[in-house]
Each structure stands twice: as C-alpha cells, then as structure tokens.
Design a protein around this ligand. Structure first.
Ligand SMILES: [Mg+2]
Length: 447
C-alpha cells in the first residue's frame, strides 16, 4: 500500500509527520545491557496479574505483544525476560529523541515518550522535502541513540499515524519482516487505505469499542463511512461517534499543538493533612475532576490529554499523562483516566499535593448538542436538557474502558482486579490493587 519511490511530495502534500520509536522500553533495556541483545526481552509487570508494556522484536516472533497479560506472554515464550520498567532511563532517551526532532522543526507535539507529531509546513520556504527529512530523522535517531523507528507522512494526523504503523517491521509466521521505515499516504491512496482498514486500526478503538462496532455490523472503516452519526452516537457516545465518522471520511481536525502543558485547565490542591493510601487519593481526585470538567464546559472546549501529578511528603513528585483519541468534558470520563493514571503510580509515601490537568483542546462540537429528542431548541430549558443528555453521552463505557486499558498497557499494570463504580452513571472500571508495578524508581523526579 505504499507509494512508488519516484514520488517526492512537497511539504504541502505531506505536511504532517509522525515518528514512533520501535519497541522503545525494551530497546532501551537492551542498549543499557548489551548481554540482552538478540534475546526475547519485555518490559512490564512480571507478577500473576502483570501486563506487557513493551516487547522486543525477538519476543514478538513468539507472539508476545504489548498489552498482553504477562502470564500469556510467558506461555508463548518460556525464555522471555520480563524486566520492570525504569522510567528515568526512558525519559532520558525521550528527551534526546525530542532534541533531534526539534532540530528538524520546533513545531512538534510529543505523544507519550516514544511518539512525536511534527508539522512540516513552516519548512516550506526552506524547500525541505518530507521524504528526505523523514529519512534523515531516522538516520540520526539510529546513529545517535541506537534506536530504530518508523516514520509516517500524510495530510493530517490520522494518515501520518496510520502510515508510521505501516512503516514498521512485522512478524509473519514467526519470521521478522523488515518495514519500509518511511511511508507516505498520498491523497490518491487515502481512500483505498481507509477502505481496507479494520475499525480496530483507528486510534482509540480498543477491544471493547471494536466488539461493540462489530455487533453493529461495522467491521471496516468503509462501513463507518456509511453509518448515520446520530445513530452511532446512541451506541458509542457522541464524542466517539463524531471522531469515527470523521476518520472514516479521512478528516482529522486535530492540529499539531506545541507547548500543550502551558495550555491546560487544571486544579492543584495542597492538603492541610497529607493523604494516605490510593483510596483517599482517588476520592480527592473526584473533586479535581469535577472542577476541571466545569472549567472545560464553561469554555466550550473538550480536552484530549489528562495529566495527573502527585507530590509526596518526601518532596519527590510523579506525573503521568494520557492522550485520548476523543475529547472529554465530563467529570466521570476525566476521573476514570485520572484514576487509571494514579493506579499506575507507586504510592510510597503520604501525598501532600494532587493535581489534575486537561489539555490538547478541541472546540466543543455543538452539533452534538443538536442531537435532541424532540425538544424545542429555542427554549433555554430544553437546550439545557439536551445539553445534559448529549454531555452524558459524550463518551461510552466501551470507549472509556479502552482508554483505561491503554493507560494500563502503557505502564505495564495489571488488567484484572477489583471493579469500582464511578458515580451514578455506573461506568464500570476494573481497578487494580496489585503490587507488581514498576517499582519505586518509576518515573519519579525529585525537586
Ligand atoms: Mg513505539
């Protein structure tokens, strides 16, 4: 599905670049301990309820995948070496990775530690060609960091991200097949790409949402292009429905946003009496989520990134964030993501400060609000009512469950556990109380 190498798009034809490091956590472990080279290595929770966060290609040859329970991974690959994560090391590599991207353009947006979107439009005057820029980026990342990566180019974030996925090596019948390294989705190929993709390939469609879509007879992205958005919203929530229908038509309004941390809505609270234990912290986060949701709604915005930060009594602090494929503005969704992030932290001390922030904004799509139930929109009361209904349906339980699963997979946490109910809407999120996290050194930085 790639283009012939003779095609050489301009910046206007391929303005968005997505670069994704290969098997990032596992690759850093191998770089730091060369005796691991060539062995099946994974990073994640090693216990009975652990989940794989990252697997080397040697491990993938045995069918080991990220987000897979460690028990199953071990069954598929008995020699698998599962290491606990060392987020300080991953962050150090990530900073160098960002420095290399910054040399190409300052107009870039990190997504987690190992992915970056870049907007190449400002390079138009320099006569930069996206395919050459992408090849050079790969070369520097390999030469200077010893890491491999895939680069995707496209008209928008949707195609750039799909293309970087396509550029990667794959495992076919236990054999590793090299990828193209750089893939560009040209405008003439866009339609064909979308038609052939399973819904699961779309960002934010996890197992729960995919199962729901399949039940509706929606297997491929082309099926989504024919569906009525309002009907779909009744099944997957307005936020997810509008995202999916837009993707199915090749549309993606998300811009590459720089300095997203500065543009956030958040609530920070220092407690008079420090909080002890995860339950007390999650309880406090409810109030934070409500404040953030209210602020977002008053600004008519939805946010795609939720960040939490915790400061302990020993003055160390931890922050974690998750970017969603859809925007949220309701407190239940914000709390569900915040809770999953909090659960991934090792709470080794009492907590004196908790912060919950939302960023990566989109305008709230007021078309969703028009999805009324025979109400008169000119009546302010009816509009309020419609807004309440619509708001309630911004995110479906399935979409939330997939997002929470993604947080867990990312940090290698357990997938099984206690079911907790979030609020009266009854969003069921399985939470985890295990001890097989990344350990005390994970992603912490003193001040
Ligand atoms: Mg990656």
């Amino acid at each position: 599905m790639s283009n012939s190498p003779s095609e050489n798009p301009t910046v206007d034809e391929a303005p968005i670049l997505h670069v994704d490091l290969d098997a990032f956590f596992a690759s850093v472990e191998v770089l730091d301990d060369p005796t691991l080279k060539g062995k099946p290595v994974a990073v994640g929770g090693g216990g009975d309820r652990g989940v794989i966060a990252s697997a080397s290609y040697e491990a993938r040859r045995y069918g080991v995948r990220s987000a897979m329970p460690s028990v199953i991974a071990k069954r598929r690959c008995p020699n698998l070496i599962i290491l606990p994560g060392r987020f300080d090391r991953y962050e150090a590599y990530s900073r160098q990775f960002h420095d290399i991207v910054r040399d190409l353009t300052p107009d870039y947006e990190p997504l987690g530690l190992d992915e970056v979107f870049a907007n190449l439009r400002s390079l138009r005057r320099l006569n930069v060609r996206p395919l050459s820029a992408a090849a050079e980026l790969r070369r520097r990342i390999n030469d200077e960091l010893g890491l491999l990566c895939g680069v995707g180019l496209g008209r928008n974030k949707l195609f750039a991200k799909l293309a970087s996925k396509e550029s990667k090596p794959t495992v076919v019948d236990g054999r590793l097949v090299g990828g193209a390294g750089v893939v560009w989705v040209s405008p003439t190929l866009e339609r064909q790409w979308l038609a052939e993709l399973p819904v699961r390939a779309l960002w934010g469609v996890g197992p729960a949402t995919a199962a729901k879509l399949q039940k509706l007879g929606l297997h491929y992205v082309r099926d989504l292009a024919k569906v009525d958005e309002v009907t779909l919203a009744g099944h997957v929530g307005a936020a997810m429905a509008s995202t999916l229908v837009a993707y199915a038509h090749g549309e993606d309004k998300r811009e590459v946003t720089v300095d997203r941390v500065l543009k956030s809505v958040g609530h920070d609270q220092t407690f008079a009496k420090s909080l002890v234990g995860i339950d007390a912290i999650v309880e406090a986060a409810k109030g934070h989520a409500a404040v953030v949701a209210r602020a977002l709604r008053s600004q008519h915005r939805v946010a795609r990134t939720i960040t939490i930060a915790v400061r302990f009594d020993d003055l160390t602090s931890v922050s974690r964030s998750q970017t969603l494929s859809f925007g949220v503005d309701d407190e239940y969704a914000i709390l569900a993501i915040a809770e999953a992030l909090l659960q991934s932290i090792d709470i080794h001390n009492s907590v004196r400060l908790l912060a919950v922030h939302a960023s990566s904004f989109l305008e709230r799509d007021d078309n969703n609000v028009q999805m009324t139930f025979g109400l008169d929109p000119s009546s302010s009361n009816a509009r309020e009512q419609a807004e309440a209904i619509s708001r309630e349906r911004q995110v479906s339980n399935e979409a939330l469950r997939d997002a929470v699963d993604e947080v867990r997979a990312k940090f290698g946490k357990s997938s099984v556990g206690v079911a907790a109910e979030l609020g009266e809407r009854g969003v069921e999120i399985a939470t985890q109380r295990g001890s097989n996290a990344f350990g005390p050194e994970s992603h912490q930085h003193g001040e």
